[in-house]
Write a protein that binds this ligand. Structure first.
Ligand code: GP9
Ligand code: MN
Length: 615
């Protein structure tokens, strides 16, 4: 029995070394920062489950094979770590399976690999050498060929494993609620679930997408195409092609809801600049966001594809390898230089990967901005600084360009320094709503500064500027405070009304008007293309040109709710739009069927990767 306990000891040491190594690499190479005790415990716990599974696996192999399996396990774990180290050094990001499918970054990586690898990296493999020596220094005679570790040895480990996993998941949940569906930043994900669990999670996501794709056929594509393509008539109005050849500057306004427009808090205007801008722009005041769990990324997905995001997860994460026929791609073929600008991690919402597939030629991330503690708050660079620095980037772009500016300051928990408080907080039982108004006001100021900076250059005259709210900022958890502010009861009907976000299209020199047609983010793309004079025929889209007289006043959302000229349907109740009073369900029924069919179609396109059949 001596060999068995010796062997147990060596396996234990091996796992211990891998554990220490993982933590060390996390803190140094992956730059994981610890802000509280909870995060430290998470860091210590998260590598353990996989390593313990490895330990149990090795220990239950035949005695004679254990040495080989142990070394194999150590090598695989070490290579996973090292591959991520190299990738992280090059791109400040972690490896995902979709990278292999897309073969992105491969050439950049190969060309720079010599400069990335260091001799000192060999120390990351020392543990394997130590264990090899230990194994060969101990008695490995095959006298007890079939002897495995006793079950009594394994059992406590399984119990411990389960315990650690549960504690880890609870702590990670406290740290980041809904971690796997929200907060989709790989940095955060790895920080909270650990590098090994991250790879398991990524593999599940990836294979799931692959499996769906395998069973989809071209017939489905043709069926959907025939069913949803309508004749997108070129509206006979002077707006067709009015922005042809101009730059397109889009501002995705973080968490900007429509209820703040032209409103006051403590007797002060919340969005003084936007209120003025609306008078000289096309302002759509019945425009709904259509995002689901993917929030900001869903909004980007919708406006660029005119498709619906899936109801679960974030399409930016679940389907970054799909074929799309996205707006940046289309604009590329018309000679536009396409880019997205966002002063956050490139990996947040998987943008750095998904953008390749959408066709953006350039992604300006936080690395392209001067970000200092002085000009940052909450999620990062303050919007005013972001706008100013973005104009510098815009000035360097080849024209015409399509530039997508994503703001950040007006993000939950709506943090703002005293120096940036242009208005006072609201006073209600919701700290979130109270803080929301000053950050919206700050964002309004930043957009004003964007316009001023553009006007200091030729860019203003040469561009059209579009501003849209990406999704709601105040969830239904704050209904009580919201009803105090709105001075009316917040019912399911009101909740849906609150999902309106502004869409403002500013074309210098054109007066514009307020357009009250019911609409949604899927309409963004056809509407913009109409202004650019680009043909919509054959595009497989769910939206419609809002400037066309034939546009049907009808919008539906990812949860199946819809709004028409007369009816509103949400939470299984049919309402009259004018009064907000519930009405006979059967009035809504035909629409419900249509909505569900279309949402299914959109899902089929994404899950089946059907655009690969589009030629
Ligand atoms: C992050 C930003 C916010 O980069 O776009 O994303 P959200 O939490 O709003 O989806
Ligand atoms: Mn957002």
């Amino acid at each position: 029995m001596k060999e068995v306990s010796q062997r147990q000891f060596i396996v234990f040491i091996a796992i211990f070394l891998l554990w220490i190594k993982t933590i060390y690499i996390g803190l140094t190479e992956f730059q994981i920062s610890l802000e509280n005790l909870n995060q430290l415990v998470i860091l210590l716990l998260n590598p353990l489950p996989i390593l313990m599974v490895g330990m149990i696996w090795v220990s239950t192999r035949k005695y004679s094979k254990q040495v080989a399996y142990l070394l194999l396990f150590m090598t695989v774990i070490s290579l996973i770590l090292y591959a991520n180290i190299i990738y992280y050094r090059a791109f400040t990001d972690f490896i995902t399976l979709s990278l292999f499918a897309l073969r992105t970054h491969a050439s950049e990586l190969i060309s720079s690999i010599i400069t990335i690898i260091k001799w000192s990296d060999l120390t990351y493999f020392i543990d394997i050498i130590v264990i090899t020596i230990l194994l060969y220094a101990t008695d490995n005679s095959s006298k007890q060929l079939e002897l495995k570790f006793k079950l009594s040895f394994i059992q406590p480990f399984v119990t411990l494993l389960i315990l650690i996993t549960v504690i880890h998941l609870c702590l990670a949940h406290i740290e980041r609620p809904q971690l796997l569906v929200r907060s989709f930043d790989r940095e955060l994900l790895v920080k909270n679930i650990g590098i090994y669990n991250f790879h398991i999670y990524d593999t599940i996501l990836h294979t799931n997408a692959r499996a769906h794709r395998m069973f989809a056929s071209e017939d489905e594509f043709i069926e959907i195409k025939n069913s949803i393509s309508k004749e997108h008539k070129i509206a006979d109005n002077d707006l067709h092609g009015i922005a042809e050849g101009k730059n397109i500057i889009v501002v995705a306004a973080e968490s900007l809801q429509n209820f703040v427009i032209n409103q006051t808090v403590n007797n002060e205007e919340i969005t003084p600049f936007l209120n003025e801008l609306i008078d000289e722009s096309f302002y759509f005041n019945e425009f709904y966001h259509q995002t689901a769990q993917g929030k900001s990324s869903d909004a980007e997905f919708i406006v660029n594809n005119s498709l619906f995001p899936p109801s679960r997860g974030a399409v930016f994460f679940s389907h970054p390898n799909n074929e799309y026929d996205a707006l940046p791609e289309i604009l590329n073929t018309y000679g536009y230089y396409t880019s997205s600008l966002h002063a956050n991690n490139g990996s947040f919402w998987n943008r750095d990967i998904m953008y390749n597939q959408l066709g953006y030629q350039r992604f300006y991330t936080q690395l392209d901005y001067q970000v200092t503690p002085d000009n940052s708050i909450g999620w990062g660079l303050k919007d005013i600084d972001f706008m100013k620095q973005s104009v510098d980037h815009l000035l360097e772009m080849p024209q015409p360009f399509y530039a997508n500016l994503i703001s950040l300051t007006n993000h939950f928990p709506f943090e703002l320094g005293e120096e940036d408080m242009y208005i006072d907080r609201y006073d209600s039982n919701s700290r979130t709503l109270n803080k929301y108004f000053p950050t919206v006001r700050y964002m309004d100021e930043s957009i004003k500064i964007l316009f001023e900076e553009l006007k200091n250059t030729k860019l203003y005259e040469e561009s059209i500027i579009i501003i849209y709210g990406d999704h709601d900022g105040i969830s239904s958890n704050h209904n009580r405070a919201m009803s105090t502010y709105l001075n009316k009861k917040v019912t399911a009907f009101t909740e849906l009304e609150l999902q309106k976000v502004p869409l403002i299209i500013h074309i210098p020199g054109i007066e514009g008007e307020t357009i009250t047609t019911v609409s949604g983010q899927v309409d963004f793309r056809p509407t913009l293309l109409h202004l650019l004079g680009i043909d919509l025929t054959d595009q497989i889209i769910f939206g419609d040109n809002l400037f066309s007289e034939e546009h049907e006043a009808f919008v539906f959302r990812r949860d199946g709710s819809f709004v028409s000229d007369e009816l509103v349907y949400t939470g299984n109740t049919c309402y009259l739009k004018k009064s907000g009073e519930p009405t006979d369900f059967y009035l809504c029924e035909p629409y419900i069927e249509r909505v569900n069919k279309n949402l299914d179609y959109s899902d089929m396109i994404i899950y089946g990767d059907l655009f690969r059949f589009n030629n």
